[in-house]
Design a protein around this ligand. Structure first.
Ligand code: NAD
Ligand code: MG
Length: 386
């Protein structure tokens, strides 16, 4: 029998993490769950550990170490806490693939450590590529590490490219649902509440990415993510709004031919493909029925109202730490919006002011990203307080 694939899930208690556990549990002869980790949700982490019996668990919040340790004291499971532990567990010899399903800048360091340890990366944590895509992809190349996308749009592009890796891409089109406020005016958006922004029409996801979808920042982050994953120039990436979320993205080759990947919106499929590539495993996921979708529609994104999309394109063109600064500002502004400290439209405004207000480093080293992230957070936070 071939050896099972050892998997570490960073952020197992989140939306992607819990769905990844379902995927892994469905193929016990193929996967061997080695590591699961959570930020603060000790209760769910304990429940998952008891059910799935990984080798190791990590709770980032050190204050909850004792609780997790005590709850798992009768099990044959190692328990660790803190950010450094998160970096160490990905280096274990028994881990083959690291699924980065934690949210935000916190994903950068453990992802880099996994790359240095030559682990395959299944990347959900798009912020890592937004913040430091140049560094991450260079180190991946140098260490012979593959990064397989989990984000549905990037998985779609990747699936379209299988068998075509030698062919030049002329352009890719990332599809966007448009979020809950598609078609709304600036006037209407002034007073929206977080409860409205948290209701995504087609996907059920963590709070941060759901707000990012409502502001179109998610698509902006995905544009930058695509640039690094597929080695594209800014003018080779476009965004098209497709409210039904059936066409998950498209590639146009230099002969003009276009390939799209389609299916019902369900993150389990891209998660599974990233973990089983180059194979496809049989599933019982619901199948697409054309008669349920007699019309698939496409429209332009409203870049004047949803300013984050252009900010992301601008950051991508600036290069260096510009996208790191934009990401940090956005993490601060989204959190402030979720705490009712600012209005919906303030998110893009704080992001823009931070991006334009700070000097960026054109050719950053790792330390420059860390410094830029800290500076941008402080700057954005000062704008929240005004
Ligand atoms: P989520 O908020 O549901 O889950 C985040 C997970 O990370 C949780 O397990 C949490 O405990 C952990 N975590 C959060 N902050 C942490 C920290 N500072 N240190 C360590 N662990 C921490 O988020 P999600 O929706 O599952 O998204 C995860 C990532 O995947 C994000 O980068 C998101 O953009 C990306 N993504 C998500 C979806 C989706 O459908 N949810 C789709 C595409 C991409
Ligand atoms: Mg996506």
């Amino acid at each position: 029998m071939t050896q099972k694939k050892g998997i570490a899930i960073l952020g197992s208690t989140g939306s992607i993490g819990t769905q990844a556990l379902e995927v892994i549990a469905a193929y016990p002869d193929f996967f061997d769950l080695q590591v699961i980790t959570a930020g603060k949700n000790a209760d769910l982490l304990i429940e998952q550990a008891l059910k799935f019996q990984p080798n190791t668990v990590v709770i980032s919040d050190e204050a909850q170490y004792q609780k997790v340790k005590t709850a798992l004291s009768k099990e044959d499971i190692h328990v660790y806490a803190g950010d450094e532990a998160l970096c160490q567990v990905v280096e274990s010899n028994d881990v083959h693939t690291v699924l980065t399903a934690l949210v935000g800048y916190a994903g950068l360091k453990p992802t880099l450590r996994a790359i240095y340890a030559k682990k395959t990366i299944a990347l959900a944590n798009k912020e890592t590529l937004v913040v430091a895509g140049e560094l991450v992809t260079r180190l991946a190349r140098e260490n012979g590490v593959n990064i397989y996308p989990v984000d549905s749009e990037h998985s779609a592009i990747f699936q379209c490219l299988v068998g075509e890796f030698h062919n030049k891409i002329e352009k890719i089109y990332l599809t966007a649902s448009g979020g809950p406020f598609r078609g709304w005016t600036e006037e209407q958006l002034k007073t929206v509440k977080k409860e409205q922004a948290l209701k995504h029409p087609n996907w059920s996801m963590g709070a941060k990415i759901t707000i990012d979808s409502a502001t179109l920042m998610n698509k902006g982050l995905e544009v930058i993510e695509a640039k690094w994953l597929f080695n594209l120039k800014p003018e080779e990436i476009d965004v098209i709004v497709h409210p039904q979320s059936i066409v998950h993205s498209l590639v146009q080759f230099q002969d003009g031919s276009m390939k799209a990947q389609m299916g019902l919106p369900d993150m389990k499929l891209p998660i599974q493909f990233a973990l089983t590539f180059p194979d496809r495993f049989q599933t019982d996921f619901p199948r697409f029925n054309f008669m349920d979708y007699p019309q698939l529609t496409f429209e332009k994104p409203d870049r004047a109202v949803f300013k984050n999309l252009d900010l992301a394109f601008k950051a991508m063109e600036m290069g260096g730490t510009a996208a790191c600064i934009l990401n940090a500002a956005n993490e601060v502004s989204v959190e402030a919006f979720l705490k009712d400290q600012i209005q919906f439209l303030d998110i893009a405004e704080i992001n823009e002011k931070t991006m334009l207000g700070l000097n960026f480093v054109p050719n950053p080293a790792y330390e420059d990203y860390v410094e830029s992230d800290l500076q941008a957070r402080a700057f954005a936070q000062s704008l929240v307080k005004k």
